[in-house]
Design a protein around this ligand. Structure first.
Ligand code: DGJ
Length: 404
């Protein structure tokens, strides 16, 4: 079946050795759901018996007994067995299945293409929520004519459309009137007040052509499913901010991290107040950064990491990352973590396979999923996504590898 054994490991099940060992040895083999699902699909498990010199009648009794037992404890509740198998795979096998979508459209459970660009993921109570920019068809596609779209999933693969959770306003006097720019929404849960907060790069409608507004917009909801209410837009510490993200540390403290200043010269970290509604007024410039955009922050083993891109508009460029022992720095600049070439496009690390980072999601097994957008400026509504699993190594470095 294409099963692979490491060198030096016995090449077949020990069951074969026991099967004909002795008339007093009943060999029982249980194939678990990982193998059964991998080889045959949809099977939850498989039981095989062998007994040296056993007659047909003896084997029939064994089979009937086992079948009766299966019927009474599994068959009459088969959906539970299936459900457990799915839950087990979802808990720590997600990386394999949630991985790469490249130029393939990614469909939701209704069969519609997922519209959640520059997005972020939030885990809440057994489900993942994916929030992203809803792009529309046509030249004005990058302006916000709809709002922020949300999808829900328990396995990071199948996404259910949960609609537009932050709507732009029809009122021309509203700050978030249709036609403004809302980019890179990131959503976090605040344990101190039980509210769900959304942060996004905001450009007022009047600044949309030049991106000169350079603000962060903040919206709030009582629940992950929204609706989110726009609160306000600002420049934290009076600083121009563009590509941005939010990171909640293990102690519940939250940080807003953004490309700042003219030409996005430096990334900076702005601590948030305990309720996440505001900024503390502190600002930690990341001196090691250099025109970095698309920051995606994560933490592993006490170290902080920022996966980022260069600053070249919608065009792809080479990724890079920064790492630090403290979120407020000092940060160390690290090389491009991407490795390998996409054989379909011939694109490799020099252009991040045609993509740009947007978020890094920690998985239950301690590995990570790096989320990238593949922008199509000529048809921005039809931009695509690819997600790649990776792990942080013992020396506090990481590589993101395009799978062969
Ligand atoms: C690159 C940013 O990462 C995107 O979010 C968007 O702002 C484009 N630049 C606009 O050119």
């Amino acid at each position: 079946f294409g099963l692979v054994y490491e060198k030096g490991i016995h090449g077949e099940s020990l069951f074969a050795e026991f099967a004909t060992l002795d008339p007093n040895v009943l060999a029982v083999k249980l194939d678990g759901c990982t193998k059964e699902d991998y080889v045959w699909g949809l099977r939850v498990g498989f039981i095989t018996f062998a007994l040296k010199g056993a007659s047909e009648a003896q084997l029939k009794v064994l089979e009937d007994k086992a079948a009766g037992s299966v019927r009474s404890c599994i068959s009459n509740a088969s959906s539970i067995g299936q459900h457990l198998a799915v839950a087990a795979f979802a808990a720590w096998g997600v990386t394999a299945s949630a991985g790469v979508r490249s130029w393939e459209p990614w469909y939701d459970t209704n069969g519609h293409v997922i519209n959640a660009h520059g997005g972020g993921v939030m885990y809440d109570d057994g489900a993942y929520w994916w929030y992203g920019e809803h792009k529309v068809y046509g030249e004005a596609g990058n302006q916000a004519w709809v709002g922020v779209h949300a999808y829900r999933s328990t396995d990071l693969v199948t996404w259910e459309d949960r609609g537009v959770v932050l709507k732009v306003s029809d009122d021309p006097a509203s700050e978030i009137t249709a036609g403004c720019i809302i980019e890179r929404p990131k959503v976090v849960y605040c344990p101190n007040n039980g509210l769900t907060l959304m942060f996004f790069h905001f450009e007022p409608k009047c600044d949309r052509a030049t991106y000169s507004g350079g603000m962060v917009g903040i919206a709030q909801s009582a629940r992950p499913e929204g609706p989110f209410r726009f609160l306000y837009a600002t420049r934290p510490c009076g600083t121009i901010v563009r590509d941005q993200t939010v990171f909640v540390d293990d102690d519940g403290k939250a940080y807003f991290i953004a490309a700042t200043g003219p030409k996005n010269a430096k990334l900076a970290v702005f601590p948030l107040t305990a309720d996440y509604f505001d900024f503390t007024g502190e600002k930690f410039v990341i001196e090691a950064s250099l025109r970095d955009e698309a920051p995606a922050v994560f933490k592993h083993d006490g170290w902080y990491y920022i996966l980022a891109s260069d600053c070249t508009g919608w065009k792809p460029n080479a990724a890079r990352y920064l790492r630090a022992r403290s979120i407020t720095g000092p940060w160390e600049r690290m090389p491009n973590p991407c490795v390998g070439t996409d054989p379909k496009t011939g694109l490799g690390p020099e252009l991040t396979w045609g993509g740009q980072s947007t978020y890094v999601q920690k998985l239950p097994d301690g590995t990570f999923l790096a989320l990238f957008d593949r922008w199509r400026p000529e048809a921005i509504h039809d931009s695509r996504y690819f997600w790649l699993p990776f792990s942080v190594k013992a020396d506090h470095t990481f590589e993101i590898v395009w799978p062969r």
